[in-house]
Design a protein. Structure first.
Length: 69
């Protein structure tokens, strides 16, 4: 498990961004985003774990079903 996702903490929703901060120092921000070129909707994620490592992702839909791959 990636450290930034482990443990308990606090979730805050402000200006359309979801922020999470854990007791162990990890933090993450999730924000809905629309790509200007393709009009694809996605979720942008930026995170930092308690060790200072950073992670980022742009999560896109894989189809019309509700399952994740």
């Amino acid at each position: 498990m990636i450290g930034v996702f482990a443990g308990t903490g606090k979730l805050t929703l402000t200006d359309g961004k979801l922020s999470a901060k854990s007791e162990n120092g990890g933090q993450m921000t999730l924000q809905p985003y629309v790509d200007r070129g393709s009009s694809d909707r996605m979720l942008k994620v930026d995170a930092r774990d308690s060790g200072g490592f950073t992670y980022s992702a742009e999560l896109k839909r894989t189809g019309d079903s509700g399952t994740a791959k």
